[in-house]
Design a protein around this ligand. Structure first.
Ligand code: PMP
Ligand code: GLU
Length: 397
C-alpha cells in the first residue's frame, strides 16, 4: 500500500525514540541511566490528581467545547494576567492535547506552501516536522554557542525574505536552556514587526527558570507584538503532567477560533478530566512548582560542574528548562575498541551500548557538535550517570 508523501517524509521523534529504547532496556533488567527524555521525574501534585478524581465522580466525563471548557479557559486567562501581564478574552484561548498539539495546530492555521518559517537552531525536534506538515519551508538559522545560542537582531534580519511568514521563538529553550531578556526580545520584536512576521512563542518552560530570572513573554512587550504573537504553553513541564496532555495557546481571536475549529474535526476536545485537573494546577497552590524548580536547580549545578570538569567538554550555563547541551566535538575522531566516534550520534550510541547511559545526539536539534542531557532525573542517577560517562570517555583512544 502506498503512503501519502506527507507521511512518507516523516521521521519519528528522536527524543521519544531514545526514551523508548532506554525504557525497553530497563524493562529487560538493565540499569540504564536515562538522560534522554525531557520529562519531570516528579509525581503530579496531589491536589491536581484529586481534582481529576472529583471530576470523574461529578460526571465531568462528556464532550466539552472543542477548544476547552470555560473554567479552564478562564484559569488560563487569569494565568496570563497574573504571570505575564497579558490581557486575553476567553475567545482568544484554545486548549489542545498538549503543547505539541497546540504548536501543530498553530502551524496548520498559519502556514501554507510558499511560506517560510524561520527556526533558530538548536531547535526542539518536533518543530521541523510540524512546519513541513503544514506545507511550509523551514529556514534554519544557526545561533552561536559564544552568544549563549541566542539570535541577534542582525542575524534575524538577514534570514528574512518576502516569503517569511512565521518566526519560531522558544525561550527558555529546549535543548540549550537559553533565556532571552526583555531587551533582547524587544530588539527581535522590532525586526519582526517591521516585516509583519507572526511569532509563535513556545513558552512551555516558563516556570523552570534559575538564578532569579523572570520569564518575559514577547507578547507582553507591546500591544503590536501581542497582536502578532501566538503564545504556546501547557501544564506538562511546570506541574509534572506530561501524561495528562493539556497544552494551550493565546492568540488574536481569528487564530484562536481557527485552531478550535480545526481541532473540532480532529481530536474534538482535550480530555475533560485532564482539563479539570489543569484548572486545579493553574488556580491551586504553586508550592510544588517552586519545590521542583529548587530541585532542578541543584541538579543543574551539579551536572554542569561534573560535565565541564571533563577535559574537552564545554557548555554554557543553562538559565532555564532542564537540559544541558554540551559541545563534545573534542571526542570526535577517538575510538572505543576499534569503533570510531565520528559525531554525536556515534557517541550517543556507544554510550548507551557500553555505559548504559541514554543521551540525545545534537543532530536531532540541528547541532552536530553537541549532545543533550536531561537532568529531569534524581541526583543519585545523575551522579551515577556522570561517573559512567567520565569512565567511558577516559577509555577512548
Ligand atoms: N515545546 C517544547 C520545547 C518541548 O520541549 C515540549 C516537550 N515535549 C513541548 C513543546 C510539548 O509539550 P507537551 O506536548 O507535553 O505539552
Ligand atoms: N520535550 C521532551 C523532550 O524534548 C519530550 C519528548 C518529546 O515530546 O519529543 O525530550
Amino acid at each position: 500500500m502506498k503512503l501519502a508523501q506527507r507521511a512518507a517524509g516523516i521521521s519519528p521523534s528522536p527524543t521519544l525514540a531514545i526514551d523508548g529504547k532506554a525504557k525497553q532496556m530497563k524493562a529487560a533488567g538493565i540499569k540504564v541511566i536515562n538522560f534522554g527524555v525531557g520529562e519531570p521525574d516528579f509525581d503530579t501534585p496531589e491536589n491536581i490528581k484529586l481534582a481529576a478524581i472529583e471530576a470523574i465522580n461529578a460526571g465531568e466525563t462528556r464532550y466539552t467545547p472543542a477548544g476547552g471548557t470555560v473554567k479552564l479557559k478562564q484559569a488560563i486567562v487569569d494565568k496570563f494576567q497574573k504571570d505575564n501581564g497579558l490581557e486575553y478574552q476567553l475567545n482568544q484561548i484554545a486548549v489542545s492535547v498538549g503543547a505539541k498539539h497546540s504548536l501543530y495546530n498553530a502551524f496548520q492555521v498559519l502556514c501554507e506552501p510558499g511560506d517560510e518559517v524561520i527556526l533558530p537552531a538548536p531547535y526542539w525536534v518536533s518543530y521541523i516536522e510540524q512546519i513541513k506538515l503544514a506545507g511550509a519551508e523551514v529556514v534554519i538559522l544557526p545561533t552561536r554557542q559564544e552568544n549563549d545560542f541566542k539570535l541577534t537582531p542582525g542575524e534575524l534580519e538577514q534570514a528574512i525574505t518576502p516569503k517569511t511568514r512565521v518566526f519560531l521563538l522558544n525561550s527558555p529553550s529546549n535543548p540549550t536552556g537559553s533565556v532571552y531578556s526583555r531587551e533582547e526580545l524587544a530588539a527581535l520584536g522590532e525586526v519582526l514587526l517591521k516585516h509583519n512576521i507572526t511569532i509563535i512563542s513556545d513558552e512551555i518552560y516558563e516556570k523552570l527558570l534559575y538564578d532569579g530570572l523572570e520569564h518575559i513573554s514577547i507578547a507582553s512587550i507591546s500591544p503590536e507584538l501581542k497582536e502578532n504573537t501566538v503564545v504556546i504553553n501547557g501544564v506538562s513541564k511546570a506541574y509534572a503532567m506530561t501524561g495528562w496532555r493539556i497544552g494551550y495557546c493565546a492568540a488574536p481571536t481569528p487564530i484562536a477560533k481557527a485552531i478550535s475549529d480545526l481541532q473540532s474535526h480532529s481530536t474534538s476536545n482535550p480530555t475533560s478530566i485532564a482539563q479539570a485537573a489543569s484548572v486545579a494546577a493553574l488556580n491551586g497552590p504553586q508550592d510544588a512548582v517552586y519545590e521542583m524548580v529548587a530541585e532542578f536547580d541543584k541538579r543543574r549545578n551539579y551536572m554542569l560542574e561534573r560535565l565541564t570538569s571533563i577535559a574537552g567538554i564545554t557548555c554554557p550555563k543553562p538559565k532555564g528548562a532542564f537540559y544541558l547541551f554540551p559541545n563534545v566535538s573534542a571526542y570526535f575522531g577517538k575510538s572505543y575498541q576499534g569503533k570510531t566516534i565520528n559525531n554525536g550520534t556515534d557517541l550517543a550510541n556507544l554510550l548507551l551500548e557500553v555505559a548504559e547511559v541514554a543521551i540525545v545526539p545534537g543532530i536531532a536539534f540541528g547541532s552536530n557538535d553537541n549532545v543533550r542531557l536531561s537532568y529531569a532525573t534524581s541526583l543519585e542517577n545523575i551522579k551515577e550517570g556522570l561517573d559512567r560517562i567520565e569512565k567511558f570517555l577516559a577509555e577512548l583512544q
